[in-house]
Design a protein. Sequence first.
Length: 397
Amino acid sequence: MNKYYQSSADVKKTLGAITGTSPEDWFLVFRARAGMEIVFGALRDVRGSGQVVTQAYTCATAVNPIISAGLIPRYADISPTSIAIDPELVEVPSDLRALVAQHTFGIIDEEATAALSRIAHDAGAILVEDSAHCVARMAKHRVTGEPLADVSVHSFGVEKMLRTKFGGAIWLNPDMEDKRVRQAIAERLRNLTPPNMLVKMAAPAYLNEIRVFNRLPGRIAGPLKTIAERAGVFLPPIAQRELVGQMDRSPLKPSQWTLEQMLSGLQHLSEIEQTRREAGAIYARELEGLIDIPARITKQSALVRFPIYLTQDQLALGRDPEDLFDALTVAGFYPGRWYRPALFPGVKNASVYHFDPGLKDLPQTKRLIASAVNLPTLQNEEKTLGVCDVVRAWLDS
């Protein structure tokens, strides 16, 4: 076995060991979103055109694979307790092909995911689990311990659980009811094209490129990023074409360097999760009762970001989450705006996404977007307490 296939086998074996699944059911890709495109494309070719129920409180890159595959996204409202689709609010179209269960920030609501699985299967559709924020974690049946999804998508990309920058993994349930769909997905994932030399060189250069861009004035950094992106030497987290419903490139296998980064990341997963878990526990303790925190967050939640939301009363008083974002930034912390606006960071043509920017049929999504700030979790106790001090001071001001 050559070095590449040995590295691939090692990543799959590690994913299988962490999740309690078979390595044979894992498939590796250069980017998780490309794996999603493969899944939805195979689904369309086997089952025909139709709709995919997903949420608008997400990134545009999670919806582009649906559109690129020739399916139509349909948005369901979310629950404020889990920031994921509320099963009680799902309207099932007659041509449903898939339902997406997104574990936003890494919050896994297994009861709700089980309900979504039943809804999908009753409609003859598949359940696609979006575990991009919680690599190597899956929603499982409360009694049997078996994974609930037909397809589970995991990301090693920028701003995800690990410090890796590229890579994705797709798990296919060996017990998927529609064997034709599973076979079509598996065949396409096995026969992906290797990345070309430019992509192989651009991926390892990403971190240094970002450091350079961050040191330049904005009026220079912005145009330089665009030029580098168009030349193919910079692989941004979200490409410009991904704001208009397109994919940044055709699906690819991971490079050797990417596989090595994925394996190294998985070997440090438990310690990174523990750091994030400890930060989340501090936020939950220090901010309890001061601001809205999703109820499904527990002391065991290892979150890529810790989401907080201004209360209805705070919003009524004219408090603006953007002001809190600014206060944290001035203090030297790095909060996030995910997912403000919807289909983050905002799309250029809502009609391409079959999306209503007014969110009139998604009241919970609209409320959460209007009040969201998310806090960093990959940091020590001192910094986490410092973030809490800024939030408290801002709320008292």
